[in-house]
Each structure stands twice: as C-alpha cells, then as structure tokens.
Ligand binder design. Structure first.
Ligand SMILES: [Zn+2]
Length: 593
C-alpha cells in the first residue's frame, strides 16, 4: 500500500515536470563594437498550437514606458531542427509563433544596446551591461517558469558579475550558465560583462561583491569598511537580511545617473571622481538608498508592485512610501553610521522641508497623485512641471520623518519607524508573501502611531496642505518656525545658450508671468542695456517689490518690449531650533541616534 502510494507520487511528479514548459536563453556578443547582443530563447514541452512571446515595455523601479522592443531586430522562430516557423507581430511587444505541431521552438533576435543607464542595456568594446527587461522575452502565460541562461561573453571579456545563481557544473572558457526560478527573477538580475574590477566584503552575514566598471578614484579598502557599516545599520532596521549574496554593479562614468534597485543586487551609475571630498557622501547616500530598497519596494511593497504586468503601466499611490521612506532612511542611516552629526541630520530634514514648501507644485499635486502619475509626469517632465508637480521623494521623506516622530512620541521613545517597517516585512512579505493593500497599510500605520490616520491622509497624502511641522516635531524638542514673508519674485528661470539668455521656466503667478514672458523667449536687453545671464540675475535678485523694468525680448525672431513690474509673493522659510526639555531630550537622542 505504501509502496503503491510512493509510486503514484513519483508518476505525479514526473507528469507535472512534463506538463510545464522548459525555457532557456543564450546571450552572445560576437561584435561588441556594433552594440548588438544576440539572444536565443529555447522553449520545450509546449502543448499549444501557437505560442506568444513578449518583451516588457518597462523596467521595474523606473516608472516609464520605454518600449524596449524599439531596439529589437531580426526576430525569427525555428523548430529545434532549424526549420523556420511562421512568426507574426501581434502588438508592439508581442510576437505569435505558429508551432506547426512542434512542441519546442527557438526564437532568435538581436538587441541594439547603446544606452548606458541603470535601466537600459549597453554594449561596446569595453563592456556589456544587460538590463533584463530590455533583453529577454518571456513566454506569455509562463512567467512562473524557471530555467537557465548561458552567457557567452566576447573573448576579450573575462568576467561576469550578476545576482543570478551560477550553475556550478557548467563553465567552458568564459562562458557561464546561470539559473533562475522565474522570469521576474531573471530580469531582476542585471548582468555586467567585461573586465570590471571586483572586490568582496562580508557584512550582516551576507557576502557582498562590488563590481567596478570604469576608471575612478575609489579606494576599495575604504569602501569595504564604509559600505559594510551601511549594510549592518540597514539590516538592523528591518532585523533580517534575506540575501546570502548581494552584488553592487557600479558604472564609473562622466556624470552618472543614479541607481536602480533589485532583490539581491543594484546598479549604481556615478561620476568617476565621486569618491573624494564632499562628493563621497553622495556616493554613500546612493549606496544606502539602493540597498535599503532590497527591503522597501522589492519585498515590503504595495500589492501592485509585483509580480509585475510588463505590458503596461502599473499604478500605485505608494511611491511616497517606497521612494520617500527610502530617501529618509538613506540619510538617517548615514547618521546612525556616524557619517553625520545629529545637527547635520536635522538640517537635511529642514532643507527638504524648505525645498518642498517653496515649490508651487507642492500646493497643486498631492504625493499620492504624484505617485500614481509618475509614468506621465515625474518621468516625463516639461517646462511647467515645477508649477504642477511635487516629488514623492522629498515630500515622502518629510512624511517619513513626521511618522517617525509620531511613533517615537506615541511609544515614549521605545519604538520608531523601524518597527513599522519590521511589521510590514513580517506581516505581508514573510507572512503572506505579497504586498500590502491600501487598507492594510493604513491599519498598520494606525497601530504604530496610535492615531486614526484618515485626516492625515486627507490633508497631507491625498491633499496638499502645509504640514503642521511644529506640532509634530515639538514633542521631540524641535521648534519649527516660519520666518519667511512677502518677497519680490521675478519668476523667470533663465539659462545661457550660445551667448543667448533663454527662459527655461516661468513660476506661476509671478511678475514674469504677469508681464507675458514665456518659456523659450530670448531676453536681449533690460532698459536698453544688453544683458547676459549673470547681469539679469543680479538685477532681478536685487529688485524690490514695485520696481519696474523694460525688457527687450525676441520670440520667434520678432522683437518686442515688455514691462516687468516686480510683485511680492509669500515665501516660507522654516527654521528648526532645538528647545529641549528633560522629557524631549531622550526622545530626540533616540530619533537621531
Ligand atoms: Zn529609490
């Protein structure tokens, strides 16, 4: 009886393997100088008449439809014996293959990769960088299927750095085979291929590899020490570090465009000279930011953010938590590591408050809407964005600090925002293996702040009211006062392009708008004196309410004169002053420990 039962189980197991599709990829780069990757996707054990393969239109963590299939060419399908199979393009990112009775097929295509950023792929003679969503198709309906990826580097590339798991038994020359549990995991592991410099460090029980592409003034020994401190402190926030291995891929380039988070890796794009002086702290900030995301957004997340729909925008109201809380912790962690003093940390919050409150958009766009519309606004800014949008990074960071002090006050210094993060991680990621719903997040917040948060959401998350800063910070001994007032505002922001002074943005309801100045106008003269940018800025910065200026401008190559009458606008300037009592000081010290 037992033997029969075991035999049945075995049959069942064999059948279920036989039922699922088997998927493997290979990636080649035979001529890196032409910037083309060659991809092959082999699918076996499929039962349907036709199969649809798709390429994502966006990359998780970067909320813009990028239409990666723009860069695909020569998409062809074959049987395993090499016979061509009919393939039809069905939508901008989907192809249907007529299997002609086959149970297996191969799709081959090439990907033009010449955009070096943390969210796109790149290839030249110096290295290859693969951002999965722009490179690998998936079999529609089978994103849950795991498989293998064979990476065949160009012979001049000796190293592969990725968070993917290496299959131990296969390594021929520089070729390496990796395994993945499902499509989400495959494309969540960017791959750096080249001759990057690698070093390792151990922190929080996790082996960390740093893969440095490009020249830079970095000191590996100093980085090992400082990055390990950040890892240790961030692990304490949530209490668990879920990875065994973590990879930092760092692109040292001119400029640099930030970072992108993944479950067990990140890509950082930084200026190659960032590792010295005051710029070094910016690098540590970026490390702290992207590393914190391994919890916040990759695991602690709103239910919309994973598993992903790669076909279209995925809407969430919660980027102020995902990006705002992460922006708060990327500063707070540097304080906890000792890179900042308490005063410097408080100053960071003060600067963010003034940045947010001086922005016209802060009174126009609630952070929940900023999050929802990131796809069409934050990631697609225009000349009027500062009048209509509010960044969920900065306002989210401020709200994180307010919630932190609320929890500290409520628990009398026994708990802080860390405990909310721990609760979300344990309850939803570990306990339910999913993201939280809107109602669940609000309930968790109420539990930790001890307050019904409906009004808070109405005013500050779904609304645009100025936060009552003093009310929230005073119990921790920080008095916040607004010392601003009515100030003269010209309101035209100009740049100098080829010797011409050009208006780039106009502040809503400002003197410049009243005068009829417009974006793209060239300002030639003020009171008939020819001006450059520095002269114009000096004149307008020194102007008083009521002053009048005649400007000569060119619009569409037609000259005109306008009168600018400088008007006043109420501008807030928030100052944080410590006024400690015996009751507040321990709370303050716990907050900025
Ligand atoms: Zn972020």
């Amino acid at each position: 009886m037992i033997r029969f039962f075991l035999f049945s189980l075995l049959i069942l197991a064999l059948n279920s393997t036989a039922l699922g599709a088997k998927i493997s990829y290979s990636l080649k780069m035979p001529r890196p100088q032409n910037h083309y990757f060659q991809v092959e996707m082999q699918v076996e054990q499929v039962k349907q008449k036709t199969a649809t393969v798709k390429l994502p239109v966006w990359a998780p963590g970067s909320y813009l439809v990028r239409e990666f299939s723009r860069h695909l060419n020569q998409v062809k399908a074959y049987s395993l014996q090499g016979a061509l199979l009919p393939i039809t393009k069905k939508t901008k990112n989907a192809w249907e293959i007529d299997l002609k009775g086959q149970t297996a097929f191969i799709v081959k295509y090439e990907v033009y990769a010449f955009e070096l950023s943390v969210r796109t792929s790149f290839l030249d003679e110096t290295h290859g960088f693969v951002s999965g969503p722009s490179m690998f198709m998936y079999l529609d309906g089978h994103k849950e299927t795991g498989g293998e990826l064979l990476v065949q580097p160009h012979p001049s590339f000796k190293r592969i750095s990725t968070g993917l798991t290496q299959k131990s038994d296969v390594k021929q020359g520089n070729n390496q085979t990796f395994t993945f549990d499902n499509y989400d995991q495959l494309v969540d592991c960017p791959i750096e291929i080249g001759n990057q410099y690698e070093f390792d460090f151990e922190a929080a029980g996790v082996k960390h590899t740093v893969a440095m592409y490009g020249e830079g003034n970095f000191d590996p020994e100093r980085l090992k020490e400082d990055m390990a401190k950040i890892v240790e402190e961030e692990t304490k926030v949530v209490g668990v570090n879920p990875n065994k291995r973590y990879v930092f891929i760092v692109h040292n380039v001119v400029g640099g465009d930030g970072g992108l988070e993944h479950c067990n890796s990140t890509v950082l794009s930084v200026d190659r000279w960032t590792y010295d002086g005051s710029n070094y702290i910016n690098f540590l900030n970026l490390v702290a930011h992207e590393y914190f995301h391994l919890w916040n957004v990759k695991r602690i997340r709103p239910i919309e953010l994973g598993p992903f729909n790669y076909d279209q925008e995925v809407y969430t109201n919660y980027l102020w938590v995902m990006e705002g809380f992460t922006s708060y912790y990327d500063e707070l962690i540097l304080r906890r590591c000792g890179f900042y003093s308490q005063e410097e940390m408080a100053k960071k919050i003060q600067i963010a408050v003034n940045y947010v409150e001086s922005s016209v958009g802060a009174r126009v766009q609630p952070v929940a809407h900023a999050s929802f519309d990131a796809w069409i606004k934050a990631y697609r800014p225009n000349e009027n964005s500062s009048n209509t949008t509010m960044t969920y990074y900065s306002r989210g960071m401020i709200i994180a600090s307010i919630l932190d002090v609320m929890i500290i006050k409520q628990s009398n210094g026994k708990e802080c925002l860390d405990h909310l993060m721990q609760d979300l991680y344990q309850t939803y990621y570990i306990g339910k293996n999913r993201g939280f719903t809107d109602a669940e997040f609000k309930a968790c917040l109420t539990k930790h702040t001890g307050q019904d948060m409906a009004e808070f959401f109405l005013k500050y998350i779904d609304g645009t009211e100025v936060i009552s800063y003093s009310m929230y910070f005073l119990p921790l001994g920080v008095d916040v006062s607004d010392v601003g007032g009515v100030k003269p505002v010209f309101g035209a922001n100009v740049t100098e392009e080829g010797g011409k002074v050009i208006i780039k943005s106009i502040r809503a309801n400002s003197s410049a708008e009243d005068a009829g100045l417009s974006v793209n106008d060239e300002i030639i003269a003020c009171m008939n004196y020819r001006v450059d940018k520095s002269m114009l800025d000096a004149l307008m910065n020194g102007a008083a309410v009521g002053d009048e200026f005649e400007l000569t401008i060119s619009r569409d190559k037609l000259m005109r004169k306008v009168i600018v009458k400088i008007t006043g606008q109420k501008r807030s300037t928030f100052i944080f002053t410590n006024r400690h009592t015996d009751a507040s000081l321990p709370l303050y010290n716990y907050w900025l420990r």
